[in-house]
Design a protein around this ligand. Structure first.
Ligand code: ZN
Length: 98
């Protein structure tokens, strides 16, 4: 089970993350080689529809979302760009509004 007590509870956000959550196996999958000591990060916008506590991102990525508030607050282009990594319940939301 993915939860606060599991691995996912310790992953920080990055708009250009080095991992994503694979909901088919409920596991974290690398998007690229991760050198020893590098922080493992995910994009919160692919798992959270509306975050309880939004925050300003300072990841410095050219695709930085700036304010991380949840999937609901992304533009349609941003939502579709994240489609391959979306949690199943957010994927449904994306398709309903197409
Ligand atoms: Zn960012």
């Amino acid at each position: 089970m993915v939860g606060r007590e599991g691995t996912v509870g310790y992953l920080n956000h990055d708009c250009e993350p080095n991992t994503f959550l694979d909901f088919r196996c409920l596991c974290v999958r690398a998007l690229k080689d991760i050198p020893a000591g590098e922080e493992v990060r995910i994009n919160y916008a692919v798992t959270e529809y509306e975050m309880h506590d939004s925050f300003r991102c300072e990841c410095r990525s050219p695709v930085c979302l700036r304010t991380i508030a949840g999937f609901k607050f992304l533009t349609r282009d941003q939502q579709f760009r994240l489609k391959p990594y979306l949690a199943p319940y957010l994927l449904g939301s994306l398709e309903e509004n197409s």
